[in-house]
Write a protein that binds this ligand. Structure first.
Ligand code: I85
Length: 320
């Protein structure tokens, strides 16, 4: 249930904008009693916003999910809004921190530790039949600027329940299901498999500093593209990948399978030795930090491309 009284009664809202999400803007705010700083996400009160808040509240409390502190329903000159007060992730975004690394090289073992944190957040969501569907670097934030700060996942703007609790479009259609192809009936696999693909892309970038897939530059993703990821082939180019372990490449191959039904699940990923024994992964220095810095200007292109591919993967009866 949401507080109906004004959020300004409990928090002083600063003008500092922390970012803009799918459904709303994020600003810094301060609790009037404790002077603690929080992040405030302002959403128009729509069906979509309700779902975002509901799923984020369900997931909140896990050590690698940004926690929700309070939710308010206020209206400003006749427009109903939902205001979500979250813990303030003062450490900023995942790749910004690796870019700012400077001299001390980023190692394969550190990459494994980060992927382990992301996987435990996704495992928590998938156990609750929630698919995040917008797992991208800019939604992975650090609690504080300290080197040991926890990495947490945020922005449930595209999250969705994958069990039958929600009418899955086609499921309600009146036809004899046994003629229906599996991939149409079980969007459950699809939605969750988007998150595994995202983990694969993030893991690839962590290990070399550039993304696995490039579309022909400037070529827009064809609109209405089916769930197939316009993946093209990816490779493990020299010299960056010569020093990366076979176990890491094995896991990437299983995460980046083009066919969603052939992609590894989050449970299988957590059992993969590169994750389950991440503390034993070789502490090999990587090219990541320098490559992330060198191709800084291509960074926004990369984010746009990942965004476009995620959009094309968010298949659902409503999107087919
Ligand atoms: O982002 C910061 N604090 C923060 C931010 C969020 C947050 C929520 C959402 C987002 N951020 C984004 C912003 C645009 C990129 N995607 C994520 C869109 N969707 C969200 O739902 C949540 C909690 N604390 C922050 C605070 C202080 C300092 C710094 C920095 F490190 F940058 F100095 C960052």
């Amino acid at each position: 249930a949401f507080h109906e009284y004004p959020v300004t009664q409990d928090y002083r809202i600063s003008r500092r904008v922390l970012g803009v999400g799918i459904n709303g803007k994020v600003v810094e705010c301060e609790n009037r009693v404790t002077s603690e700083k929080y992040a405030l996400k302002v959403l128009r009160d729509t069906e979509k916003a309700r779902r975002e808040v509901e799923l984020h509240v369900m997931a909140s409390g896990h050590p690698h999910i940004v926690s929700i502190h309070d939710v308010y329903k206020n209206s400003y000159n006749g427009v109903d809004c939902l205001l979500v007060v979250m813990e303030n992730m003062k450490g900023g975004e995942l790749f910004a921190r690796i870019q700012e690394r400077g001299q001390k090289a980023f190692t394969e073992r550190e990459a494994a530790g980060i992927v382990n944190e992301i996987c435990s957040a996704v495992a928590h969501l998938h156990r609750m039949s929630i698919a995040h569907r917008d797992l991208k670097p800019e939604n992975l934030l650090y609690c504080t600027t300290s080197g040991t700060a926890a990495l947490k996942l945020t922005d449930f703007g595209f999250a969705k329940k994958t069990d039958e609790s929600e009418p899955q479009g086609l499921k309600t259609a009146c036809f004899t299901p046994y003629y229906c192809a599996p991939e149409v009936l079980g969007t459950e696999k699809y939605d969750k498999s988007c998150d595994l693909w995202s983990i694969g892309v993030i893991m690839y970038i962590l290990l070399c500093g550039y993304p696995p897939f490039y579309s022909q530059h400037g070529q827009p993703m064809s609109p209405g593209m089916k769930a197939k990821i316009k993946s093209g082939q990816y490779t493990f180019p020299s010299p960056e990948w010569d020093c990366v372990s076979e176990a890491a490449k094995d896991l990437i191959r299983k995460l980046l399978r083009t066919e969603p039904t052939e992609r590894i699940t989050i449970e299988q990923t957590m059992e993969h030795k590169w994750i389950s024994h991440y503390r034993k992964v070789p502490d090999t220095p990587l090219f990541t930090s320098s490559n992330l810095c060198d191709q800084k200007e291509q960074w926004t292109d990369m984010q746009d491309e990942m965004e476009a591919t995620l959009a094309s993967m968010r298949v659902g009866p409503e999107n087919i």
